[in-house]
Design a protein around this ligand. Structure first.
Ligand SMILES: Cc1cc2nc3c(=O)[nH]c(=O)nc-3n(C[C@H](O)[C@H](O)[C@H](O)COP(=O)(O)OP(=O)(O)OC[C@H]3O[C@@H](n4cnc5c(N)ncnc54)[C@H](O)[C@@H]3O)c2cc1C
Length: 395
C-alpha cells in the first residue's frame, strides 16, 4: 500500500489551491472564518462558482455533469477547500439525492431533477428523522396512502436541516404498515409549496436556526414522485446514508482548527506565561494532534480501499467517530483557551489582544455548542460503534 500522492495528484492539488485563491470571494471566506451561519444567498453563490468550473457535484460521474472524480481527488478537494476557508457544499441535493436518483430514479426523474440540482434551481432537504424515529429510523410513522394518481401524506419529520430554505424535501414514508418495518417504507419527493406542508423552526442552544420540524397534513403529491419501487425505500435509505457519511470526518477542518488552537494558545497568557507552555493544556493539544495524524492515515487507508474496491468499507464508521471526537476536542480547547472571552458575542473580544476574529475565534462558544451535533447526526457515534462491533469485530 503506497500512501503517497502521485505527481498527477499533487498537480491536481495545486490546481485546486489556485482555483480557490483566484475564485473564492473574500466576503465568503471571511464569513466561513467567523464561524457563524451562512446565508442562503452565500451558499448559492458559492455553489454557482463551483458549478461554473464543473466541480460542484463532487461525487457525480461525468455523464450527469459531475467531474468524475475518484475518492482521492475528492479528498484533495476537501482538504484544499477547508484550507481556503471555503464553505461546505450543502449536501442534500448534491451528495444525497443526486446519487440516489442516478441509481434508483426513473429516466424522467433524472432528466428533470439532476440539472436543476446542479443549477441551484431547487434547494433540497432531508426528511428522514421523526420524533420517535432517529437511530431506530425504520420505526418511522409518517404515512403515505395512495389515492388514484396521488399520494396523501400525513405525519411529521424533525431536525430537518436548512428546511426553511428548501423548495423540495425527499421523505421516507410508511406505505405499508402491516409488514416488517423495513419492508413497508417508500422514498417520495415532496414539493414544499404543496398545501399542508408546514415548516416550524427549532432554535438551537447557540441561538442559530439551522434545523426545523416539518409537518404534513393531507399533503397531496403526484404518484410519480415515488423514487424506485413502492415499499422498497429502505434499500434507498441505506444507500443514501453511505453517501451521507462519506467525508463526515472533516480532516481538513480539524487540521485548520488545530493550527488555530496552537496560535491562540501562544497568545493567551495564563499564570504569567503563554497557555501553550501549560503542561496540561499542551498535553491535550499534543494528544489531539496525535489522534488527528492517526486519523489522517486511517483516512488514506480508507481512500486506498475505496479506490481499489469501488466503495469504502466500515472504516467510514471509525472516521465518523474519530473525526467528530477530535473536532469537538479542538473546539473545547479553543473555548477553554479563551475562557470568559469565549462568550457567544464576538464583541467581547474587542479591545483585548485576543481580538482575532478574522482568524476564526469569534463566535467561539457558539461554534463549540453548535458542534455538539456532529456526534449525533449522520448516525450517532454510539450507533457507529454498534456497526463496528458487528462488521469488524464480529460480535
Ligand atoms: C443538527 C442536526 C441536524 C440534523 N439534520 C437532519 C436532517 O436534515 N434530516 C434528518 O432526517 N435528520 C436529521 N438529523 C437527525 C439525526 O439523524 C438524528 O438526531 C440521529 O439519527 C439520532 O436520532 P435521535 O435524535 O432520535 O436520537 P435517539 O435515536 O433517540 O438516540 C438518543 C441517544 O441514544 C443512543 N442510542 C440510540 N439507540 C442506541 C443503540 N441501539 N445503542 C446504543 N446507543 C443508542 C444515541 O446514540 C443517542 O445518544 C439531524 C440531527 C441534528 C442534531
Amino acid at each position: 500500500m503506497d500512501l503517497n500522492f502521485t505527481p498527477e495528484e499533487e498537480a491536481f492539488r495545486q490546481e485546486v489551491r489556485d482555483f480557490f485563491k483566484e475564485n473564492l470571494p473574500d466576503d465568503i471566506r471571511d464569513a466561513v472564518r467567523q464561524g457563524g451561519e451562512l446565508t442562503k444567498e452565500t451558499m448559492e453563490r458559492y455553489h454557482a462558482i463551483l458549478n461554473k468550473k464543473g466541480w460542484l457535484a463532487t461525487t457525480w460521474p461525468k455523464e450527469y455533469g459531475g467531474p468524475g472524480w475518484g475518492p482521492v481527488e475528492r479528498h484533495i478537494f476537501d482538504e484544499e477547500s477547508c484550507a481556503a476557508y471555503a464553505p461546505r457544499i450543502v449536501p442534500f441535493g448534491l451528495s444525497m439525492l443526486g446519487p440516489v436518483l442516478q441509481k434508483f430514479g426513473s429516466q424522467e426523474q433524472k432528466d428533470y431533477y439532476l440539472p436543476r440540482i446542479l443549477n441551484g434551481d431547487d434547494w433540497w432537504c432531508q426528511g428522514y428523522s421523526e420524533p420517535g424515529a432517529g437511530s431506530d429510523l425504520a420505526s418511522l410513522k409518517t404515512r403515505a396512502v395512495r389515492d388514484g394518481d396521488e399520494w396523501v401524506i400525513n405525519g411529521q419529520k424533525t431536525w430537518t436541516t436548512l428546511g426553511q430554505h428548501a423548495d423540495w424535501i425527499f421523505c421516507l414514508v410508511r406505505t405499508d404498515p402491516d409488514v416488517k418495518q423495513q419492508e413497508g417504507i417508500s422514498f417520495i419527493l415532496v414539493d414544499m409549496s404543496t398545501p399542508g406542508v408546514e415548516v416550524r423552526p427549532i432554535k438551537l442552544i447557540e441561538g442559530g436556526h439551522e434545523v426545523n420540524e416539518v409537518f404534513f397534513t393531507d399533503v397531496r403529491v403526484p404518484y410519480k414522485n415515488l423514487v424506485g419501487e413502492e415499499n422498497k425505500g429502505w434499500t434507498i435509505a441505506k444507500y443514501l446514508l453511505t453517501h451521507e457519511r462519506t467525508g463526515i470526518a472533516g480532516v481538513g477542518f480539524s487540521m485548520l482548527e488545530l493550527e488555530e488552537v496552537k496560535a491562540l494558545a501562544k497568545k493567551v497568557i495564563r499564570n504569567g506565561k503563554p497557555l501553550s507552555e501549560d503542561p496540561l493544556f499542551a498535553a491535550r493539544v499534543a494528544q489531539a494532534e496525535i489522534d488527528l495524524e492517526a486519523m489522517k492515515l486511517t483516512n488514506l487507508r480508507m481512500l486506498f480501499t475505496a479506490q481499489k474496491n469501488g466503495a469504502p468499507g466500515p472504516e467510514t464508521s471509525i472516521l465518523k467517530i474519530k473525526g467528530t471526537v477530535i473536532n469537538q476536542e479542538l473546539k473545547d480547547l479553543g473555548r477553554r483557551a479563551l475562557g470568559p472571552n469565549a462568550a457567544p458575542f464576538p464583541k467581547s473580544l474587542a479591545g483585548t489582544n485576543l481580538d482575532v476574529a478574522p482568524d476564526g475565534h469569534a463566535n467561539n462558544a457558539a461554534r463549540y455548542f453548535n458542534n455538539r451535533k456532529t456526534s449525533i447526526f449522520g448516525g450517532s457515534n454510539e450507533i457507529q460503534r454498534n456497526i463496528l462491533t458487528k462488521t469488524m469485530l464480529g460480535l
